[in-house]
Each structure stands twice: as C-alpha cells, then as structure tokens.
Design a protein around this ligand. Structure first.
Ligand code: DC
Length: 219
C-alpha cells in the first residue's frame, strides 16, 4: 500500500500523514525532513550550494535515513534541528539542486519498495510514487498556512514576525513551484483537499473515506 500526500508548506500534510500512518499501520516518510537534513549539513559544513563539485562530494558522503519517525543524518538523530529559521530559509534553494533531488528521489523509492508507506512532500504523486494506490493534494490559504507555521515556531520557543513568515512561505511556494526538477504540482489523479477551514480530524476523515471507499487513484 502506497499513499502519496503532496502540498505546499503548512497545508497540514505531515500532521495528517502521521495520524493516518498510525491508524492504517503504515510507515510514515516525511520527505521534507530529508531535504531539511541535507540543508542542515550544508549549513553546518559551510558548503556552497552553487558549487557542483561540493554537492557531488556531499551526496557521496552523506547518509540520510528515517527510523521510528526520527531522522538520521550520518547516523546522528537530527530530528529536533530541522525546523529552525535558518533551515527554513535555505531548504527550497537546496531542494531545487538536480543532483540532490535525483539522489533523494532514488532513496525515497527504495524506502517505499517492499514497504507499506504513507509519504508526504511536493513530488510524491508526480515523481516518487506515480503508481501510488491513493494520491492526495492538500492546500490552504497563505494566511492560514502562515498562522500554522507561527504556532509551530511559538511552540518551539522562537520569536517571529508574522509578516515575515508569510513572505517566507510565499517565497518558498514560488521556488518549489517554479523549479525545473519535479516542481510542486498536483498530479492529475490526486484528490484535492482545501484544509483552510477544516480541523485535522475532518481532513483525516475525508482521506479515510476515500481510502475506505476503495477508489484507487486512477484517471
Ligand atoms: O514539507 P517541508 O516544509 O518540511 O519541506 C521543506 C522543503 O523541502 C520544501 O520547501 C521543498 C522541499 N521538498 C521538496 O522539494 N520535495 C519534497 N518531496 C519534499 C520537500
């Protein structure tokens, strides 16, 4: 069983995917966290993302894995370091680098092979799991998504400027949608769910009813 959930930042993908993974006994794979982990290494090692040799070298000497919902970078648990403002700022620039995307997509396909997974990201239904059993595309208004991100940052103890968050999300959306290599877009056969005025439970129920209805994602 493969379920793909795509959508922009703050659309509710990961919250909903985690709940569904638990309910349906699937392995949850947060692909955004994988791009965040490689971004963290670029920041820590002061790597120039524009230098193709540095990037090649980086990809050859980096291991990223997910175990029990924890993300490991070179076998170190970095799960609590992935959502800092520094990573937020750089991650879209990093994730549009072709070499990095190719490597991640390959890794994600391997993770799904022989496993029942629910995977969330930007290109899961279009690129990573084009044959997924079920595909969903979550959206929400920019205002609502910025509110959700602000809530997360507040919870983690960061001081933030709401206008700034909105601008950053907008910039990230633009970069994710406009990149050449597997951009953020809805697959033709993905079910569109606008989560703006819906509770987490409502979105979970909506997805479950599609799955239980057994209608697979076919055109
Ligand atoms: O879902 P997130 O906000 O943690 O994702 C962080 C960034 O990673 C996002 O801005 C774009 C990138 N990303 C991607 O390009 N492809 C994916 N499958 C998942 C995330």
């Amino acid at each position: 069983m493969h379920i793909a959930i795509d959508g922009p930042a703050g659309s509710g993908k990961s919250t909903v995917a985690k709940i569904l993974a638990h309910k349906l006994n699937l392995t949850y794979i947060d692909t955004g966290a994988m791009y965040r982990a490689i971004t963290l290494k670029i920041i820590w090692n002061k790597i120039n993302p524009n230098d193709p040799n540095d990037i090649q070298n980086l990809m050859e000497n980096t291991s990223i894995s997910i175990r029990n919902n924890r993300v490991f970078l070179d076998n170190k648990d970095v799960s609590n370091k992935l959502r800092t403002p520094e990573v937020n700022k750089l991650v879209s620039r990093v994730s549009k680098i072709k070499k990095i995307r190719q490597h991640m997509v390959k890794l994600q396909k391997e993770m799904a092979r022989n496993n029942n997974v629910i995977m969330d990201g930007r290109d899961i239904a279009t690129r990573v799991l084009p044959d997924a059993d079920f595909k969903f595309f979550l959206t929400a208004s920019l205002e609502e998504r910025a509110k959700r991100r602000a809530k997360d940052l507040k919870k983690a103890g960061y001081v933030y400027d709401f206008g700034q968050i909105k601008k950053e999300i907008e910039a990230r959306d633009k970069m994710d949608m406009k990149r050449r290599e597997s951009p953020l877009r809805r697959a033709k056969d993905a079910v569109l769910i606008d989560t703006t005025n819906k509770s987490i439970q409502e979105v979970v129920d909506e997805i479950l009813s599609h799955i239980k209805g057994g209608k697979k994602s076919v055109l």
